[in-house]
Design a protein around this ligand. Sequence first.
Ligand code: GLU
Length: 472
Amino acid sequence: MSSEKPYSFFQSVERSFDKAAVFTNWDPGVLEQIKACNSVYQMRFPVKVDDKIEVIEAYRVQHSHHKTPCKGGIRFSLAVNQDEVMALAALMTYKCAIVNVPFGGGKGGIKIDPKKYSAYNLEKITRRYTAELIKKNFIGPGTDVPAPDYGTGAREMAWILDTYVAMHPGEIDAAGCVTGKPVSQGGVRGRTEATGLGIFYGLREVCNMQTVMDKLKLTVGVEGKRVCVQGLGNVGYHAAYFFKEAGAKIVGLAEYEGAIWNNDGLDLDAVVEHRKKNGSIHNFPGATNFENTGEALEMDCDILIPAALENVINGENASRIKAKIIGEGANGPLTPDADEILALKGIIVVPDMYLNAGGVTVSYFEWLKNLSHVRYGRMEKRFTENMNHHILGQMEELTGKNVSADEREFIMHGADEVDLVRSGLEETMITATREIMDIWNANPNIPDMRTAAYVCAINKVATSYAELGIFP
Ligand code: GLU
C-alpha cells in the first residue's frame, strides 16, 4: 500500500513551489500571488449529440496575468476536473518563464472521452466551447491563446480558429488566437514534433554534461544510451524518434494496454505499424511482453521518458525504479513523494515544467508568425543562398578545389521555416537546461533539478511583477 498523502495535483504543484521558494528571497506576499490561479472559468453548456442533449462540463484557467496573453493547451479527457486544469495552468506559467516565452500560464479542459464522439459531434462541442470562451473574453491573440493538449490536435485548433474568426470579422491578428493549427490555417512548420524534439534537446544537453554523467557513471552523449518511453502519442513517439536518430537504443515502449522490451533495441516505426495492425503493442517480434505498463517503468535503462499521464511514478513504485535519468515528457508524471525517493537514490529527474516546453516554445513562434503575417525564412532564404553560392565560388576559385555535391547542397542551403523553428527550439532548450543546472550547482542545498527549475521560474515571474511596479 502506498503511504502517499492524498495531495491533489494542484496541491502537488504548490508543494513543489514551496519547496523551491525557500531558496529565494522574495516577500511571502509575492510568492502567494505567483502561486494563486488568477482566473478560473468553469462552464456547463448543452450540446445536441445525435438525438439527445448532453450537458458538457468544461474549464479554462488563467493561472497568471503577469504577462499576457495567457497560454496553454486544451485537453479532452474524462479525467478533466478543476483541480487538474488549475495545476496544469500553473505549470504553464512556470514553464513559459523558464524558457523565456513571454506568456502567463493557462489551460483548458473539456470533460469528455473524445473517442466516444463522431468528428461531427466533436466539432459541435469544440465550437460551442470556443463560443463560451469568446463570451467571457477568455480567448484572443492578446488575452488567452489555447493550443493542443491531451486528446486534441490541429483539427480542433482549426475549429477554434474558424469559430473565433466568424465572431471577430476583420480582426487582422485573429490567426494568433490559437496555436497548433494546421499549416494551411496559419500554423507553423515544426509544431507537430516540437514537444518531442524539445525533450530530446533538453535531455541531450544533460547527457553532454561531463560532471552529471560522471555522477551517474554514464558516458557523455546520447549515442548508445538505452531509452524507455511510456506513451506512443505525439510527444512520446517524437521523443523516441529523435533519440533513435541520434544513435540511442529504444529498449522499452509502453502503452496503456501493456509494454514491450528488447535489450537489443526496438524498431520504433515497425512497433507503431504493428500496434496499428494488431490493436496492441504486445507480441512484437523479438520483444518480451509486459502485461502491465508499469512493469516497463521499473526495468533497467539509462533514460526513462514517461510521456503519457500524471502520477505514474509515485510513493509506491519509486523505490523500484532503476533508470538513471528520468525525463518527464508528460505533465506531472511523478508525484512529490516519488521525487524525494528518487533524489535519495541519486536518479536525476529532468522536470516536465521545462523539459516538455518545446510545444509552447514553438507555439510562441507560431503566434509571432501570425502577428507578423509572414512565413519564417521567406525574406532571407534566397538572399542567403545567393550569398553562399558566391562565397563558395570564390573559395573554389582561390583554392582550385571543388567540394562534393552533398557538401555543396549543405553549404548553399538557405534556412526554411522548419530549420529556423528547430534552431530556435534547440537554442531555447539548451539555454534553459544550462540556466537550471547553474542554479542547482550554485546551491548544494537544492535537492533536485525540479526544485532548481522552480527557483528559476519563481525568480523570473517575481522579477517581472517587481518590474511591473505591482510590488513596491
Ligand atoms: N499543451 C502543451 C503544453 O502543455 C502546449 C501548450 C501551448 O502550446 O500553448 O505545454
